[in-house]
Design a protein around this ligand. Structure first.
Ligand code: NAD
Ligand code: TYD
Length: 362
């Protein structure tokens, strides 16, 4: 039985990944989820798998040497899937050092503990072990608006935000471990994800939640920044494929040529909400383009991201399966069905964060 150590499994992509893996492999695998439960980690995301005998939750910080070492000492870990990170650009602008601690030092600790546990003592590592480092396209910086340039695996790193700089730092550490120790790892650099369980500080769930509550929809700057959106399950499938079939030591870019300006995303959300809400629902009358409010731009706001997924397509046959309109429809349907999930999240600290971030932007 293959044992996975998933870090950050209570977050957005991590919890989708755990659902995806149990859905695909059932009792053939074992998953240990190590998560510090920061504001972004929500055990409710994994309520339905919590009782499984092949699932274990460990509350620990990835920067905590002893705690991570203990997990490796007590379990024979075959694969590490490293999601845990501080992930929100706006927060990184306010609190950069936390991003360095978690993303850079945390990754260094994960690498060290895995290296120590898998070491054969002769410069080789236990057969078949793999460390998959989950990263972002933001490490490549910002593209011009020409719609002809893309991020390839060979594109030089040029991060701009404290978030992307800290992710770039973590990627470079993984590369250094592969080069120096022949440590068995891969890196995936994925574009913006959307789907169920995404914390409502990120563009899509924030807009859905605000629209349903009749609140303004804060669009940064001119709304023409471009992101390349991927349905989260397609990302999970790519990660599983890279672990199983990817060439060791390689980086794979993951994205589906789905570039959209932010304003298009916000308009699509309003359109789909209006289609889905019955006329009898009192919220419907308020969900209109009038909610769109242009606010002060994000500092250092990257203009355009766009992934060239040629390598993962050619080598592993990966392609996105969920088209954007369908993905947005599924996402909105999920939020409709999980209003209590959203309420639990937004009732406490998140509202304080919202006031702090947006209070002086309007
Ligand atoms: P998220 O913020 O939703 O979840 C992060 C998880 O990590 C949370 O469960 C949190 O509790 C946990 N965590 C944070 N600090 C920790 C620490 N010190 N120790 C242990 N656990 C800790 O993030 P996400 O959107 O699910 O992103 C997951 C990974 O994927 C990140 O590495 C991110 O850089 C990468 N990524 C995200 C996107 C995206 O669009 N969201 C795109 C590409 C890559
Ligand atoms: P976000 O979801 O924070 O992802 P990232 O910055 O990692 O790409 O933001 C996506 C885009 O949406 C980005 O260009 C910033 C913009 N944005 C807004 O216009 N308004 C908002 O309230 C948020 C959260 C983001």
């Amino acid at each position: 039985m293959t044992t996975y150590l998933v870090t950050g499994g209570c977050g957005f992509i991590g919890s989708n990944f755990i659902h995806y893996m149990f859905g695909k492999y059932g009792d053939e695998i074992r998953i240990i989820n190590l998560d510090a439960l920061t504001y972004a980690g929500n055990p409710e995301n994994l309520e339905d798998v919590a009782g499984r005998s092949n699932y274990t939750f460990v509350k620990a910080d990835i920067t905590d040497k002893e705690a991570v070492r203990k997990v490796f000492a007590e379990n024979s870990i075959d694969r590490v899937v490293h999601f845990a990170a501080e992930s929100h650009v706006d927060r990184s602008i306010v609190e950069p050092e936390l991003f360095v601690k978690t993303n850079v030092l945390g990754t260094a600790n994960m690498l060290n503990c895995a290296k120590e546990a898998w070491d054969n003592g002769d410069g080789t590592f236990h057969e078949g072990r793999r460390f998959l480092h989950v990263s972002t396209d933001e490490v490549y910086g910002s593209l011009p608006e020409d719609n002809t340039s893309f991020f390839y695996e060979t594109t030089p790193y040029a991060p701009h935000s404290p978030y992307s700089a800290s992710k770039a730092g973590s990627d470079l550490l993984v590369k250094a471990y592969m080069d120096t120790y022949k440590f068995p790892a891969n890196i995936t650099n994925c574009s913006n994800n959307y789907g169920p369980y995404q914390f409502p500080e990120k563009l899509i769930p924030l807009m859905i939640n605000n629209a349903l509550n009749g609140r303004s929809l804060p669009v940064y700057g001119d709304g023409k920044n471009v992101r390349d959106w991927l349905y989260v399950e397609d990302h999970c499938r790519a990660i599983d494929l890279v672990i199983e079939k990817g060439r060791l030591f390689e980086t794979y870019n993951v994205g589906g040529h789905n570039e959209k300006q932010n304003i298009e995303i916000v308009q699509t959300i309003i359109d789909v909400l209006r289609e889905e809400l019955p006329d009898t629902d009192p919220r419907k009358a308020k969900v209109t383009y009038d909610l769109i409010t242009y606010v002060a731009d994000r500092k250092g706001h990257d203009r355009r991201y766009a992934i060239a997924p040629d390598k993962i397509k050619k080598e592993l046959g990966w392609e996105p399966e969920t088209m954007f309109r369908e993905g947005i429809r599924k996402t909105i349907a999920w939020y409709f069905d999980h209003m209590d999930w959203m309420e639990h999240i937004t009732s406490g600290d998140y509202m304080k964060y919202y006031e702090k971030m947006y209070g002086d932007r309007d």
